[in-house]
Design a protein around this ligand. Sequence first.
Ligand SMILES: Cc1cc2nc3c(=O)[nH]c(=O)nc-3n(C[C@H](O)[C@H](O)[C@H](O)COP(=O)(O)OP(=O)(O)OC[C@H]3O[C@@H](n4cnc5c(N)ncnc54)[C@H](O)[C@@H]3O)c2cc1C
Length: 425
Amino acid sequence: MSEQTRERGREPAAETGRRVVVVGAGMAGVQTAVALRERGFTGTVTLIGAEPHQPYDRPPLSKAVLLGTAEGSAFDVDFDALGITLRLGVEALGVRPGAHVLDTSEGPVPYDVLVLATGAEPVRLPGADGVPGVHLLRTLDDAERLRPVLARQHDVVVVGAGWIGAEFATAAREAGCAVTVVEAADRPLADALPAGVAAPMAAWYADAGAELRTHARVERVEPGGPGASGRVVLDDGTRLPADAVVVGIGARPATAWLAGSGIELGAHGEVLADAHLRTSASDVHAVGDCASFPSARYGERLLVHHWDNALQGPRTVAADIVGSPGGEDPAPYDPVPYFWSEQFGRFVQYAGHHTAADTTLWRGEPSGPAWTVCWLREGRLVALLAVGRPRDLAQGRRLIQAGTAMDPELLADPARPLKAATAVA
Ligand SMILES: Cc1cc2nc3c(=O)[nH]c(=O)nc-3n(C[C@H](O)[C@H](O)[C@H](O)COP(=O)(O)OP(=O)(O)OC[C@H]3O[C@@H](n4cnc5c(N)ncnc54)[C@H](O)[C@@H]3O)c2cc1C
C-alpha cells in the first residue's frame, strides 16, 4: 500500500444507521463530529473524551484563562442540536480493529468507523512527578491550578523556553511573579527555529523582566515545606527558589492506549495516517496532535501540534467518511501548516514548514518591534515567521499555498507588500 494513500476498507456513504465513534473530545474530535453533520452524515456520532469537562479550546489556557480574564474556553457547539452524543469522563483503553470494537473504561463500544483524536500529552520532567508545586499546562484543570499560583505573585521557575514556556512566562510576569526560565539548549525554541532567528527572541524575556537561563539543565526539584519555598537545582549546582515550577518541555502523541491494536505508530508514538488521514487499520482515521500525515507539498511526513491542524484535518476525515456521490477519493490532506503564539506583548505567527537546507531571508530589523523571516526553496516561499506583521503572514500563506516564485531582492524590502515581491516570469 502506498505511503500517500491507503485503500478504503469499505465504500463510504451517508447512510442512516452507520456508527461513527470519535475518541478524544478536544479540537480535532469536536471538529470531526461537527464536520460530519455539516456534510449531512445521518448515522450516529459519538464523541468520547477522558476529561470530565464540556469540550474546550486549549490556546486560551496559557493566555486569558490563566490570567483569569476568561472563565473558561468551552466550544460554542450545541451537541444536542447536532445529534452528537457526548460521553465525557470515559477513557478509551484499547481498540480491536478486526472486531470494530473500542474498549473503554465504561465497557466496549462498537463502531463502523472510528476516529482517533486523542491529541498529545505533555512530556514530564524526570523525577519531578508528584513533587508538590510542580505543574504542567495542558488541561483546563492544569490552568485552574495555576491561576492562584500567579495570583500569589511568588517566585516561579519555568522549565523549557518553547511556545508554552514563553506564553506561561508572559502571563506570570503580567501577574507580577518573579520568573526564571531554564532552557537546556542555547536559545529559546531551539527545536523550532534556527539560531539566527531565535536569537532576537531571547531578548524578549529580559525586556519583560524574566530571567532566561540557557544551557541550564534541571537536576532535581526540591519541594518546599510550610513557610519555605521549594528549589530547582540545576546541574551546575545553582539553586533557584521556586514556589511553583511549570514544566513546558514538549508534548507527545497520546497513543500509549493503542499498544497491541496493530495500528501503525511512528517514531514519536504518533499514528501514521495516510493522505486521507486513514490509519493502517480499515475504518479507522486519525487526526490532530495524535497523528502524522505525508505531505506531498513538503516531501516529508509532518507531525503538527498546532490548533489549525486540528481545525483543518477533521474536514478531510469527514469528507472521507461521508464520501462523494461518485465514490471518488476526496482531495488529500496537504495543508500549509499555521500557528500563532502570543508572547511578551508580541503576536508571533508561522506558516509553512522549513528545513535547515532552506534559504533564510529577513524583512525588517530583528531588534525592532515587527519583522518577518522567510524561508525559500528553489526560489519559492516554503515558510515564514511574522512578528507583528499579520499582513505578511496572510499574504505569505497564500503564496506558499500557490507555490509562487519570489524575487529575493524585492522580498527583502519590508516596505513592499509580500504579494508584490513575486518573480517576473
Ligand atoms: C496551553 C496551550 C496553549 C496552546 N496555544 C496554542 C496557540 O496559541 N496556537 C496554536 O496554534 N496552538 C496552540 N496550542 C496547541 C493546540 O491547542 C493543539 O494543537 C490542539 O488542542 C490539538 O487538538 P487535538 O484535539 O488534536 O488534541 P487535544 O486538544 O489534546 O485533545 C485531545 C483530547 O483527547 C482526550 N484523550 C486523550 N487520550 C484519551 C483516551 N485514551 N480516551 C479518551 N479521551 C482521550 C484528552 O483528554 C483531550 O481532551 C496550545 C496548546 C496548549 C496545551
